[in-house]
Ligand binder design. Structure first.
Ligand code: PEP
Length: 252
């Protein structure tokens, strides 16, 4: 059975002190919640990963990194490697976020390399992809999403897919307040699951969690999360507040 997941991408937000405060609040808020098949993940900036990881030890709260370099180590000033992430007991990394693609020039080909390095280091991946507004207007959104997934992930074995979480994030809905309708989200998620089913054995497509991301808030979460092929959300803005984040966990 695939997991339900609520993951919060903090982006370049929260200092060390703010991270401690958030984690304390979240721990209190989720105490006693019955989370049968549901995972909660927070992705703080690199400087706060170790603290978040230590403070959430022995809880159901998991910690993820927001990015990593494709090389194992070397002369890459300012970059962070997979083994560094693992060394602070973090097991998951977000790759391919639209902001990394747009502002840092990350291509599908580069992301395929990052995926391989992450898996070699036994990290789980939340792999993000999604179309820009022009693609949707031109009705190219299925083609674009298919290419993003094929180029970065379809060289993997079925077994490696156990470490993959997909996150469909239409770029026009990220941080804009505009959300894909539940029907638009379901339509794309069903398309993605079918795409994976055509390439792999059905176990892979049935077990991969596909998250939706793009202006999800407590007010609209229930409707989106209740779609058949939507297994949770990757959340930006609403994940910065422990109360809102808890409401999203409850919504799932
Ligand atoms: C995101 O950046 O992944 C995201 C979904 O942001 P927001 O929830 O703020 O739209």
């Amino acid at each position: 059975m695939r997991s339900k997941i609520v993951a919060g991408n903090w982006k370049m937000n929260k200092t060390y002190g703010e991270t401690k405060k958030f984690v304390n609040e979240l721990k209190d808020a989720v105490k006693g919640l019955k989370l049968k098949n549901t995972r909660m993940i927070i992705a703080p900036p690199f400087t706060n990963l170790q603290k978040a990881s230590k403070k959430t030890k022995d809880t159901r709260i998991e910690v993820a990194a927001q990015n990593m370099h494709q090389a194992e180590s070397g002369a890459y000033t300012g970059e962070i490697s997979a083994s560094m992430i693992k060394s602070v007991h973090v097991k998951t990394v977000i790759l391919g976020h639209s902001e990394r693609r747009e502002y840092f020039g990350e291509t599908n080909e580069l992301l395929a390399q990052k995926v391989d390095t992450a898996l070699k280091n036994d990290l789980e991946i939340i792999f993000c992809f999604g179309e820009v507004l022009e693609d949707r207007k031109d009705e190219n959104h299925f083609k674009v999403v298919e290419e993003q997934i094929r180029k970065a992930l379809f060289h993997l074995t079925s077994d490696q897919w156990k470490k993959i979480i997909l996150a469909y994030e239409p770029v026009w809905a990220i941080g804009t307040g505009e959300t894909a309708s539940p029907e638009q989200a379901q339509e794309m998620h069903a398309f993605i699951r079918e795409l994976v089913a055509e390439r792999y054995i059905s176990d892979v497509s049935e077990n991969v969690s596909i998250l939706y991301g793009g202006s999800v808030k407590p007010a609209n979460a229930k409707e989106i999360f209740s779609q058949e092929d939507v297994d949770g959300g990757l959340i930006g803005g609403a994940a910065l507040n422990a109360e809102d984040f808890t409401a999203l966990i409850k919504a799932i």
